[in-house]
Design a protein around this ligand. Structure first.
Ligand SMILES: C[S@@+](CC[C@H](N)C(=O)[O-])C[C@H]1O[C@@H](n2cnc3c(N)ncnc32)[C@H](O)[C@@H]1O
Length: 279
């Protein structure tokens, strides 16, 4: 499936009840807009229009999403390496891109086990690329909604042992969970399901970095897209780590979280990122 084919107007409605995503190419969806900003091909005209509307309000968005992908890779490398984590639950996976979680984790320790979760049908269509595990490790993909964390835990238990530490990864997804959907409660329920020694890795779009541009970007995106963005302040994002020990350097702009080089540290983003440890 590629944006080049442009089946505009196609609506493969999955008539399942509740919040199940439908494959509607006429409305922008976060996975495909994100793919557009990352230079991918799995996006449609509506996604590109929403992506361009955000770029017009906040031209730094492309650097921001790239800095976030680099944050993801550094975090996974740290967790699989120094922290000794062997199990990852990556929720809001996105369309496969460079440095998917299992590729990074298994390049450090081949027997890492990774479960991916997303609710977008286009991500599901590309899930095969996420299931290319090393022989020693394992990967799985769950087509599910973060707003039902119990279903995710139940299905992830096919692959992950919840009596042993798990890294719960919520990378660039919580800004797509609005306050009415109880974002703090959802994160709390996920963390309650993992034992001491587990980690939370989380990044989220900021409302207090480039505040004016970000407010305009959210307004434009929300007019055009399926999901509503809820940008958050440093204090609001810190709250996701309540009860955890934040690893140094704390909650910082993603490019400042243990950057590999000065150049990396100097790039710009409007995203907060951090890693917490469950004692
Ligand atoms: C901005 S992308 C981030 C992708 C990847 N984590 C990264 O940082 O590069 C957000 C992803 O979260 C998914 N997503 C948004 N809301 C979700 C929900 N309620 N349940 C499951 N997935 C969701 C979208 O489909 C999309 O693939």
């Amino acid at each position: 499936m590629s944006g080049g084919e442009e089946p505009e107007g196609q609506r493969q409605a999955d008539e399942a009840p509740g919040n199940r995503q439908v494959f509607d190419t006429t409305v922008a969806h976060s996975a495909r807009v994100h793919d557009y900003w990352l230079g991918g091909k799995d996006n449609y005209a509506a996604d590109r229009a929403a992506g361009d509307a955000v770029i017009a309000a906040y031209p730094g968005i492309v650097k921001s999403v790239r800095a976030n992908r680099a944050f993801l890779a550094r975090v996974v490398r740290h967790l699989a390496g120094e922290a000794g984590i062997r199990q990852f639950l990556d929720i809001g996976t996105g369309i496969p891109a460079a440095n998917n979680t299992h590729e990074v984790a298994q390049s450090v320790v081949p027997d890492c086990r990774v479960v991916y979760v997303d609710y977008d049908p286009v991500v599901l269509a590309h899930a095969r690329a996420l299931l290319t595990s090393s022989e020693q490790g394992a990967t799985d993909y769950i087509d599910a909604d973060l707003r039902g964390p119990e279903t995710i835990i139940q299905q992830a238990a096919r692959t992950l042992d919840f009596s042993r530490p798990v890294a719960v990864m919520l990378i660039a997804i919580m800004h797509l969970v609005v306050d009415q959907d109880d974002p703090y409660g959802i994160v709390g329920r996920l963390l309650a399901a993992v034992p001491p020694g587990s980690y939370l890795a989380l990044s989220q779009v900021a409302s207090d970095i480039e505040a004016e541009q970000m407010a305009e970007a959210a307004k434009r995106y929300n007019r055009l897209a399926h999901e509503t963005q809820r940008h958050r302040t440093h204090a609001e994002v810190t709250r996701f780590f309540d009860g955890l020990d934040l690893l140094p350097p704390g909650l910082v702009p993603v490019q400042k979280w243990r950057p590999d080089s000065e150049i990396e540290a100097k790039t710009k983003s409007a995203m907060w990122g951090g890693v917490g440890y469950k004692r």
